[in-house]
Design a protein around this ligand. Sequence first.
Ligand code: HXC
Length: 281
Amino acid sequence: MYRSDLLQDKRVLITGGGSGLGKSLGRRVLELGAHLVICGRRADTLDATRAEFDADFPGRTASHVCDIRDADAVEAMLETIWQDGPLDALVNNAAGNFLAKSEELSPRAFDAITGIVLNGTAYVTLGCGRRWLRDGHVGTVLSIVATYAWTGSAYVVPSACAKAGVRALTQSLAVEWGDRNIRLNAIAPGPFPTEGAWDRLVPTQELEDTWRNRIPAKRFGEHGELADLAVFLLADQSSYINGEVVAIDGGEWLKGAGQFNFMDALSEQQWDAMNPKRKKG
Ligand code: HXC
């Protein structure tokens, strides 16, 4: 889809890049010539991913253990990264989520999610932005949100609040920093199976089938599709796109929104009865 040097020598930090969608995106930016930095909470996960990437792209991946909920740890990580030179791009991918009845959420449960998704994203974004502004360096930020950043969603309220906050952060800073060569965009994915999200959010086969059936495309997303959209938004060639949130969900969220979209459940006979003037193709 892209020429093989599209991201040549770009330095890209992906938070939560040791697993899931962040790992898939990491591999894609390496294929296109980038140098990759990944961070996450678990050293063993990061080590395994770095070893895997080093085997295919020797010496182009660095990793840092960092819980992005800890602002001091984020600052220390960014200082270390910048000692080897500036980043060119940040992907805010790290997230946490679980299904819960909201009346049963403890304060610590709410904080666990918003701490990662909203506060952590803000700490890393502001830390990178401050350095880019100080040095007059071009920078781009891409945040992974969710389609419920627009709509909200029952049963994932801490995540919905936090993802909506990240959308606001993206759109606010896109304007505030847009005159100084820093741009921010976001991707709102629908369902893309990953170990982390799937175990927590789609615990049974029945739920998985119901969910798939709700999507106009009648399938879940593939990691490569999301990675290629992310690459497009990270590349210099898309530098006029700023403050945008792009959904990639097979039409899922619009399906839930359109007033008459439930009519796909009607049979041919019901259509005949409802509309006698019907012209069948
Ligand atoms: C209710 C829960 C809970 C659950 C944790 N808590 N899991 N409450 N239901 N399933 C509560 C705990 O009881 C505790 O509160 C508080 O949250 C903190 O829990 P800890 O386990 O101590 O926190 P921590 O180890 O930091 O765990 C973080 C986590 C965890 C986010 C909660 O699930 C995690 O590490 N997740 C990994 C990443 C992940 O979730 N990836 C999927 C992202 S998918 P108390 O009061 O008891 O002390 C995504 C995209 C969505 O975001 C879009 C899909 C289409």
